[in-house]
Design a protein around this ligand. Structure first.
Ligand code: LLP
Length: 421
């Protein structure tokens, strides 16, 4: 459920008409709903009720500081995957002891910054990385809390580009080698082993792969404990999918996911950590764009938008489906027609949808891409010298620009010309 609904024929974000935001900030733009962000966070938090737990929002999904602050004030921790994300979380007021550092290639500088600024734990992805964390911690006279990310070799049954839990993926340490890797960790004086980490992929639409992975984690917990490791925290990653269409095959709900976690891991007495990103932010954001031209083709019409693949790359990159709706509600019974919905970038890949049935639309009409809150703004670029589009946060009947559109001068003046030119 989200808070983007039609009222009297116009699409609203909570209590603000989308058209009012468009008039104030221009198109295209991203708009997020505070109520939806909080609702989704609470679904996870409630699903783990009764167990010691922390929901660490995977901020790679949408990392604007206003979003981070909204979630942090509700009690969320953060999952970060770079030094930049770490600093951004800190800037948004998240305390270090609620920040988890994931990612396959943490650099020495990133590790040093996180250790000195405070960190809940590093999720270690390889032995060489483990040695570097140990060395940096020792140099600082500190002890780094770690988990090891294990790769459980399960098929997440999701898009190949976002599956991470098979042995052929670059992520984590094969679970079959976990005992020796934990033995190495225990021998390094700059590290304190506190738990196990696993993350098998994103946009999972079934519980079964999670359950397979979590059963392996349960077994490993017992084995590691019997070898003397004090395993007390399990980080279970993110990955629960969201409904991108309004069909009936919706992914499992957080409450079902939570019940499965309690069933598979609840008896171990461990603190549970999860890292959802998409389910918190995805359906809490829209990308709003304007039709620039309607062009008639031989067998279809094209809607040419002012938004493009650089603003929302998911359709081009993962063949992702996003529901696209008219901001003015179509009259009941109006006949829909097929359109190719495209951006103005000179690449055929700059296509959001092919032969998508839409109500008749004209130049100047606003349309909204649903489920664009996660992996939307954060993956945008300035390709074609197109400015990064603004982000807007709605809260009840208020809205605020939380990232401005840069001016062309700002963009162009970032380049510097060498003296020989
Ligand atoms: N934890 C780790 C270690 C991750 O790598 C990810 C996502 C998450 C948590 C959050 O997963 P989520 O709950 O959002 O599924 N750009 C792609 C998605 C990439 C996901 C990468 N890792 C997309 O647009 O579909």
């Amino acid at each position: 459920m989200d808070h983007f609904l039609y009222r009297d024929g116009a699409l609203f974000a909570e209590d603000v008409p989308i058209s009012e935001i468009a008039a104030a900030v221009g198109t295209p733009f991203y708009v997020y709903s505070t109520a939806t962000l909080l609702r989704h966070f609470k679904l996870f938090d409630d699903a783990l009720d009764g167990t010691d737990h922390l929901v660490c929002y995977a901020m790679k999904a949408a990392s604007n500081q206003a979003i981070l602050k909204t979630l942090a004030q509700a009690g969320a921790g953060m999952d970060v995957v770079s030094g930049g994300e770490y600093l951004r979380a800190k800037a948004a007021g998240v305390p270090g002891d609620k920040i988890v550092f994931s990612g396959v290639g943490k650099t020495e500088d990133e590790i040093r910054n996180a250790l000195t600024g405070g960190i809940r734990q590093f999720n270690v992805e390889s032995e060489p990385e483990m040695e570097v964390i140990n060395a940096v911690a020792q140099e600082l006279g500190m002890i780094a809390p770690i988990t090891v990310r294990v790769n459980p070799d399960v098929d997440a049954k999701t898009h190949a580009k976002i599956a991470t839990g098979k042995s052929e993926n670059k992520f984590g340490i094969p679970i079959s080698r976990a005992l020796e890797v934990y033995a190495l960790a225990a021998s390094l004086p700059g590290l304190e082993v506190i738990g196990i980490d696993v993350h098998i992929g994103s946009q999972l639409t079934e519980l079964e792969p999670f359950e397979l992975a979590y059963n392996k984690v349960a077994e490993l917990t017992e084995q590691l404990r019997s070898e003397g490791h004090n395993i007390r925290r399990l980080d279970l990653g993110g990955g629960l999918g969201i409904p991108y269409t309004r069909s009936n095959d919706a992914p499992p709900l957080p409450v079902e996911y939570g019940a499965m976690i309690k069933k598979t891991l609840g008896d171990l007495g461990c603190e549970i950590e999860i890292e959802p990103g998409r389910l918190i932010a995805g359906n809490a954001g829209l990308m709003v764009s304007k039709v620039i031209y309607v062009k008639s083709g031989e067998d279809r019409d094209f809607l040419i938008l002012d938004g493009a693949m650089n603003d929302l790359i998911r359709p081009a990159m993962y063949e992702a489906y996003h529901d696209i709706v008219a901001v003015t509600e179509p009259a009941p019974g109006v006949e829909q027609r097929p359109y190719d919905i495209v951006g103005p970038v000179c690449e055929s890949g700059d296509t959001f949808a092919k032969k998508r049935n839409m109500p008749p639309l004209s130049a100047g009409d606003l349309i909204a891409f649903r489920s664009a809150g996660a992996y939307g703004a954060v993956m945008s670029s300035e390709y074609n010298t197109r400015p990064l589009i603004p982000e807007v946060l709605v809260h009840g009947d208020q809205f605020a620009v939380i990232r401005e559109r840069p001016s062309f001068d700002e963009m162009i003046n970032r380049d510097t010309i060498p003296t020989w030119l």
